[in-house]
Design a protein around this ligand. Structure first.
Ligand code: NAP
Length: 254
């Protein structure tokens, strides 16, 4: 499947975002990677000369996002695919969830998605075509203990996806969420380390507990999430709109 155009992938320097970026380049797109830390973005871009570029921004900062999108356009022209993968998954029991953690989870996962979508939409409206793909989570579709703020933010991402999908339905633009279960990335490794520190369990035990939530008894690979994103970018996925596609071995069925 070949797709053309310019995709911007937030959180593109690692994990799911990096896998998405590589998959989209292989599919024929030019890709701009966005994140707060330039080095991993530049390293990945350098491995794909002429096909990937790197820009720096914190997605919680609307002005920085707008500036980074302008830089991205200078590399590869108008942006017609946006993949919102930048995210953080802070955890705490609810009564230990202070206002700072609550605000941070909303700011990065939900408001960051809002800022990037606002920055990209004029390009898509001008082109009469676009794909907005939000990497939400199974935590956007179901509750999980000890991650109330993250869950609330990801449910917000699913709500934003649904509302915007209807608003843009006649503009040639689709808006969908991809909802991974536990996926083999740094974010998951941090969560495993957190469980080990708090419970004294071994890494193998902590990892097994995360895998057990998936009916297939395994951790999802980032490339599986990336393949779903690539499909959503294809012409054949034009009728898929406002959906939240769970990539989790059947943990969630909707
Ligand atoms: P990851 O490897 O930690 O990637 C997260 C990326 O987001 C990093 O590249 C990070 O780069 C970037 N980022 C974080 N805060 C940012 C900010 N304020 N502004 C700009 N970029 C920011 O983790 P991942 O697992 O690939 O996560 C990607 C997405 O998948 C997240 O939205 C996450 O919630 C979602 N997800 C992950 C899992 C899982 O089990 N791994 C499951 C479901 C959903 P910098 O720190 O350099 O900015």
């Amino acid at each position: 499947m070949t797709v053309s155009g310019h995709a911007l992938v937030t959180g593109g320097g690692s994990g799911i975002g990096a896998a998405v970026a590589k998959t989209l380049v292989d599919a024929g797109l030019r890709v701009t990677l966005l994140g707060r830390t330039l080095a991993p973005l530049q390293q990945l871009a350098a491995a794909h000369p002429g096909h990937m570029a790197a820009v720096q921004a914190d997605v919680t900062d609307a002005d920085a996002v707008a500036m980074a999108f302008t830089q991205a356009r200078a590399h590869f022209g108008p942006i017609t695919v946006l993949v919102n993968s930048a995210g953080q998954a802070g955890s705490a029991p609810f009564l230990k969830t202070d206002a700072a953690l609550w605000q941070q989870m909303l700011a990065v996962n939900l408001t960051g998605t809002f800022h990037c979508t606002q920055a990209v939409l004029p390009d898509m409206l001008q082109a009469g075509w676009g794909r907005i793909i939000n990497i939400a989570s199974t935590a956007g579709l179901a509750g999980y203990a000890y991650v109330a703020a993250y869950c609330a933010a990801k449910h917000g991402v699913v709500g934003l996806t649904r509302a915007l999908a209807l608003e843009l339905a006649r503009k040639g633009i689709t808006v969908n969420a991809v909802c991974p279960g536990y996926t083999e990335t740094e974010l998951l490794r941090d969560s495993i380390a957190n469980v080990m520190a708090k419970t004294g369990r071994s890494e193998a035990d902590a990892r097994a507990e995360f895998a057990a939530g998936n009916p297939q008894g395994r951790i999802v690979q980032p490339e599986e999430v990336a393949d779903t994103v690539r499909w959503l970018c294809s012409a054949g996925a034009a009728s898929i709109n406002g959906q939240s596609i769970a990539v989790c071995g059947g943990e969630i069925m909707n």
